[in-house]
Ligand binder design. Structure first.
Ligand code: NAD
Ligand code: UD1
Length: 312
């Protein structure tokens, strides 16, 4: 049994991670400002501190725990996950997404008398921006198009500092487009699958940004969280980063058609302007991930979409 802090634990991915940690018998506590996360995403009894991850005192206190028992590691997921939101609220999202990450690394170096504790953190495929070399390997050039992508790249650079200067072991995961149950279908800042699934199921029209031929690599949330727990169990030196992806492309148009088909509803699709800072094509190469962890993101898209629709 280990004790972990999960920042952003009330969110979509965090809640699935916590389900897995609890099932394995670990003790978990959460720091979350509830800006998009919800307590209802978690089972009763998981202690939640409501606070800002960019508040260094709040992060230190959350790592120490109410009884001062400390933690064995931190999963850092708190962030403003929306690329669009990072355009509207540049500085505010920067505080959460980059200052928040530095606050977590900083607290991790003094979290236990025995020494620094590992931090497993969420980076993003957004770091690749408009790099056209598909599928993207971790060595591909990083060319973020958005404030969100730039800050996630900043997290990776500071992870190198955390590791090299302060002895905090880290692993960064460049999630591609994650979907599944509990991704909020009502928020305009949510992922495209949850927005489309919710609207199609309610018989409402969907809006495709641009021509709909932009492509994403969609990964099912339950596939993803296995890597986070595996990385915590085997911290590696050198601040490694890993793509979390399938290598399989799906266009936004195709996604809308499959969702309509699976939900047995007619598709009312409208086209709007392309989103500023939107990436055209994003497909990852999972070779390093599979080599390091011995498992791939293998839930077929249609199976994952069925589970997502069933949850709505
Ligand atoms: P989410 O919005 O459901 O979860 C983020 C959580 O962080 C929420 O519970 C929110 O309340 C909390 N939070 C936000 N700002 C905070 C702050 N300043 N202080 C404390 N808590 C704060 O989004 P998600 O999809 O679960 O994303 C989790 C992580 O994964 C994020 O770091 C995100 O950038 C990253 N990520 C997500 C995807 C995806 O496709 N969903 C892809 C790549 C990376
Ligand atoms: C998503 C994640 C981001 C992550 C990145 C990694 C969310 C909210 N964002 O960003 O955290 O780092 O993947 O690749 O989970 N679209 C429409 N209509 C809509 C909504 C979206 O056409 O109603 C389009 C968008 O313009 C975009 C595509 O769908 O082309 C995907 O959008 P979105 O789900 O917001 O994801 P990303 O911007 O790729």
């Amino acid at each position: 049994m280990a004790r972990y802090l999960v920042t952003g634990g009330c969110g979509f991915i965090g809640s699935h991670l916590i389900e897995r940690l609890l099932a394995a018998g670990h003790k978990v506590r959460v720091l979350d400002d509830l800006s998009t996360g919800k307590r209802e995403n978690l089972s009763d009894g998981v202690p939640v501190t409501v606070g800002d991850v960019a508040d260094a005192d709040a992060v230190r206190a959350a790592m120490a725990g109410e009884d001062g028992e400390g933690v064995d590691g931190c999963f850092h997921l708190a962030a403003v996950a929306s690329v669009d939101r990072s355009r509207e609220a540049w500085l505010e999202t920067h505080h959460a997404n980059l200052s928040g990450t530095i606050a977590v690394f900083d607290a991790a170096r003094r979290a236990n008398p025995a020494g620094p504790v590992p931090v497993i953190y969420a980076s993003s495929a957004a770091v690749y921006g408009d790099n056209p070399n598909m599928p993207l390997t971790e060595d591909a050039a990083t060319r973020p198009l958005s404030a969100y992508g730039a800050d996630k790249l900043g997290c990776e650079l500071h992870a190198r500092v955390a590791d090299g200067v302060h002895g905090v072991p880290t692993a960064g995961f460049r999630f591609f487009n994650v979907y599944g149950p509990r991704q909020d279908p009502k928020s305009p800042y949510s992922g495209v699958i949850s927005i489309f699934a919710g609207r199609i199921a309610r018989g409402e029209p969907i809006t495709v940004n641009g021509d709909g031929e932009q492509v994403r690599d969609f990964i099912f949330v339950k596939d993803l969280v296995r890597y986070l727990t595996a990385a915590m169990g085997h911290p590696q030196p050198g601040a490694p980063v890993y793509n979390v992806c399938t290598g399989r492309p799906t266009s936004v148009n195709r996604l809308a058609e499959v969702l309509a088909d699976l939900s047995g509803r007619p598709l009312d699709r409208r086209y709007g302007p392309a989103r500023p800072g939107d990436i055209r094509t994003s497909i990852g190469d999972p070779t390093r991930l599979v080599a390091a962890f011995g498992m791939s993101c293998d839930t077929p898209l249609e199976d994952g979409l069925r589970q997502t629709l069933a949850w709505l």
